[in-house]
Structures are given as structure tokens and as C-alpha cells.
Ligand binder design. Structure first.
Ligand SMILES: [Zn+2]
Ligand SMILES: [Zn+2]
Length: 162
């Protein structure tokens, strides 16, 4: 069974082939390019950038940091159709809590109305929001997710040359 070289998802059929690598789609292929570039950036430069973002002001509300990745989870259903997703965002703790509360609320209202996935995914998504609200990333240091997002955006800048 083939796996995506970027995100590790099992590829059942299709996918993108590139010099002996397999990816789910072009997004993962581009992700892999960014990852390769980001590995060329010296650790010190990377750590300085990650710390600057972590200690900087919140890009959402402009309030004081620490800034980290807060993921909100939503689900909605309509009869036999249920759709759920998770959205990571770079923001301060209070913005993170707000989007997670909103995610839990939307899921609680709109999630249940599908069978069977609405009944299964609604408590899962609400639970994930609650975990985010009550535990969340450690505020004393940048999380692995923040490091990853910052390093990929640095790589994107390096490729564009700005
Ligand atoms: Zn992939
Ligand atoms: Zn904020």
C-alpha cells in the first residue's frame, strides 16, 4: 500500500507521482517542497523566528501573546450527510478559546442531524474543542505545530524570495 510522503495518508488510488515519491495531491506535493526548503534553514534562524512569533502580539486581536496554534473543530449534518473539519489557527490563548467555544456551539447545534456520522462525530468534535480549551498548548514554549507552521512560512518566503 502506498503512503503519501508528506502527510502519511494511505493512498488507495490516484495521487501524484514525483521522482519516485507519492503524494495524495498537489497540495501535499507542494508541502513536501516547502518541507525540504525549510530543512535548509539554520536551526538558530528558525528558533529566533519561532520565538518572535510566540512572544509577539496576536495576529487576530492584536493583544499580547504568547501566540500558538489553537485548533477549533466543527461538524454539521444534513440527513445522511455529515461534514466535519478541524481548523488550526495562529492566535493568542483567548482567541483560541473563543473559536473553540464557537466550534463546540456550532457542532452542538448543527452536528447531530445526520445518521450515523452526526451522532458519532458531534461528541468527538465537541470533546476535541473542550480538550483545546482546558489543556491547550504549553504557554511557556512554542509547540511543535507552531514550529512547523512558522518553518513552512519561512520556506515559502525563501522560495518567493521576499
Ligand atoms: Zn498527503
Ligand atoms: Zn488574540
Amino acid at each position: 500500500m502506498a503512503h503519501c510522503d508528506y502527510c502519511g495518508t494511505t493512498i488507495l488510488f490516484g495521487g501524484v507521482k514525483d521522482h519516485g515519491h507519492r503524494f495524495c495531491n498537489e497540495e501535499c506535493q507542494q508541502g513536501a517542497v516547502l518541507l525540504a526548503v525549510s530543512e535548509q534553514i539554520p536551526d538558530k534562524v528558525m528558533a529566533d523566528h519561532v520565538n518572535a512569533v510566540h512572544q509577539g502580539d496576536c495576529p487576530r486581536c492584536g493583544g499580547p501573546g504568547p501566540v500558538d496554534v489553537h485548533t477549533s473543530h466543527t461538524v454539521w449534518s444534513m440527513l445522511v450527510m455529515t461534514s466535519w473539519h478541524s481548523k488550526p489557527q495562529m492566535c493568542c490563548r483567548s482567541c483560541g478559546t473563543k473559536t473553540q467555544l464557537k466550534g463546540a456551539l456550532i457542532s452542538g447545534v448543527a452536528g447531530w442531524w445526520g445518521f450515523p456520522w452526526g451522532l458519532i462525530m458531534t461528541p468527538v468534535q465537541i470533546g476535541k474543542n473542550l480538550v483545546g480549551i482546558f489543556s491547550g498548548p504549553d504557554s511557556s514554549e512554542p509547540s511543535a505545530e507552531l514550529t512547523k507552521i512558522v518553518s513552512l512560512s519561512l520556506a515559502a518566503h525563501a522560495i518567493r524570495g521576499d
